[in-house]
Design a protein around this ligand. Structure first.
Ligand code: B12
Ligand code: SF4
Length: 458
């Protein structure tokens, strides 16, 4: 029997502390699913283990001992964590293959050489059974070293049942399913199209979705998150199959959706009512900015969306990219947050622009010579990474202001009271999420201090 360790590396931020995870590791479970399918076809006896460093702590030599292959899946902020694990695996003679969105972005930018210094092979793009069969055949023949793999021409996007049995969902707050991949829009800063194809949407076959939901329900799931990049992107499919399936679960769920699909271009149609009827309790919408030129939607449509969600008692989580307006100031940031709070937004995700490898934003800031740093650990939306009229320190203050304003004691008490009245079943999830985010914020502060003192030393 061959043993394969699938590692989700944590971010190396100098604190030695890792963030506790919020969501189940979809990429690792998908990679395990593809590996099992190919193993069956190649008649290989393979046992996969998922090691999520956010849960199990850093991979050490003992943990790698006895494995025949180490697969790494990660986002940009964890790239150095992936190098650490790969370097350790190399010392122990365990071959490594890395894949995922960061690898794909670097390959698209032509920056794959740095990856090849650490990994034996890399995989760029979405997995297919046929392409993974080629890779695992090379591995079996000891011919991995130095290869860059990708799906073959004509090999369409494929889904498998994620290997839910390889993780303990109790370690995560949210069990994330994915009813579709990809998005019909193409925002400059977004990395979604790198793997799914730009402006492409792929629908997960309903039998696969049904099987994984059934598995989660039998394990006692009380809440689901559909982390599709654009829920509802194919209205007919969502109306006829996904929504009825979610309704049948009888448990509350949340998802990410764009405003035109949620409430229609007129603000009055869209999927909102049907989603509510099917158990949706929270929608995550990318507003980014309220200014006409930078915001994704017209202000009156944003206002109507929030109003309708409040009428239907659907919680709204809005994402704002605080420095996406080239002329943003502390005042404009404060005004935007106040305006959205007044409109009735319940939760916010604040970030700063991150020029993710492979995106148009990355190409654009490189061309303008306004990339402030290429340190991947700070590509997490919580650090200033591109030039702006406001200094990085000033923009960090905006983030802190936003968090304090929205999640300070007064507002938090208001949110908890609101949830208790309108969505009492969500209270335990809300409290655990806040606790984890608070713990994350203290790691962030510590990392920030470490970085500042390193800069002073230099
Ligand atoms: C759920 C999610 C999260 C969750 C959980 C992540 C997790 N534990 O898996 C949370 C909320 C924690 C999160 C956090 C962040 N996220 Co996020 N997230 C997503 C989301 C919506 C889905 C991820 C997912 O499960 N996809 C499903 C899997 C199956 O797809 P996949 O990862 O692409 O994997 C396929 C291929 O890439 C390939 N593959 C993947 N890994 C490997 C490995 C090997 C060896 C091989 C062969 C193949 C392979 O095979 C898979 C099947 O085809 C994506 C959007 C997206 N479409 O991916 C954004 C996305 C991945 N996130 C993104 C960002 C920016 C972030 C944050 C930086 C945001 C922030 N401001 O905090 C943080 C970073 C955290 C960190 N330390 O890494 C960006 C990616 C940026 C980047 N290059 O790193 C995305 C693409 C969204 C976007 N708009 O651009 N995220
Ligand atoms: S709408 Fe969201 S998922 Fe789609 S391209 Fe824009 S940021 Fe990415």
């Amino acid at each position: 029997m061959k043993k394969v360790l699938i590692v989700v590396p944590a971010r190396e931020d100098g604190t030695g502390r890792f963030l506790k995870p919020l969501m189940t590791p979809g990429s690792a479970m998908a990679v395990a699913g593809f590996t099992r399918e190919v193993a069956d076809q190649l008649d290989l006896d393979i046992r996969c283990v998922i090691w999520d460093e956010h849960v199990k702590g850093p991979v050490r030599s003992d943990n790698l001992a006895g494995y025949d292959l180490c697969l790494l899946t990660y986002l940009t902020p964890s790239r150095l964590g992936a190098y650490r694990v790969a370097d350790l695996a190399r010392e122990l003679g365990v071959p490594t293959i890395a894949g995922g969105i960061d690898v794909t972005g670097l390959c698209r930018d032509g920056d794959q050489d740095q990856l090849m210094e650490h990994f034996d092979a890399i995989y760029s793009g979405h997995l297919t059974v046929a392409s993974w069969q080629r890779v695992l055949t090379d591995w079996r023949n000891g011919a991995l070293r130095g290869n860059i793999y990708q799906p073959g021409t004509g090999e369409n996007f494929e889904f498998v049942i994620p290997a839910w049995d390889l993780i303990d969902t109790d370690n995560y707050i949210f069990s994330a399913i994915q009813s579709s991949a990809g998005c019909p829009y193409d925002c400059e800063f977004c990395g979604v199209g790198l793997v799914a194809g730009f402006r492409r949407v792929h629908l997960k076959p309903i039998e696969l979705l049904e099987a994984e939901i059934k598995h989660l329900l039998s394990g006692g799931a009380k809440f689901l998150v559909d982390c599709s990049d654009c829920f509802g992107a194919n209205l007919e499919h969502y109306r006829d199959t996904v929504l009825p399936l979610l309704k049948e679960t009888g448990i509350p769920w949340a998802t990410e959706i764009s405003i035109p699909l949620l409430v229609g271009a007129d603000g009055e149609s869209g999927l909102l009512q049907e989603m509510k009827d099917a158990g949706c309790v929270l929608v995550y919408i990318g507003v980014e900015s309220l200014k006409e030129k930078f915001g994704k939607n017209k202000l009156n449509l944003v206002e109507r969306t929030i109003e309708r969600c409040n009428q239907l008692v659907v919680l709204v989580l809005v994402s704002l990219v605080l420095d996406c307006e080239a002329d943003a100031t502390a005042k404009s940031v404060k005004d935007t947050i106040s305006q959205l709070l007044k409109l009735g937004v319940h939760f916010f995700q604040f970030s700063l622009s991150a020029a993710i490898p492979g995106t148009r934003l990355h190409a654009h800031v490189i061309a303008e010579d306004s990339l402030l740093t290429s340190d991947p650990t700070v590509y997490d939306g919580l650090h200033a990474t591109i030039g702006h009229i406001a200094s990085p320190q000033e923009r960090t203050r905006w983030l802190k202001y936003g968090w304090r304003r929205v999640y300070g004691p007064w507002n938090l008490a208001r949110l908890i009271a609101w949830t208790k009245t309108h969505q009492p079943e969500l209270l335990p999830i809300l409290v655990s999420t806040f606790r984890r985010i608070q713990a994350g914020a203290s790691v962030w502060k510590r990392a920030h201090r470490t970085r500042q003192s390193q800069q002073t030393d230099n």
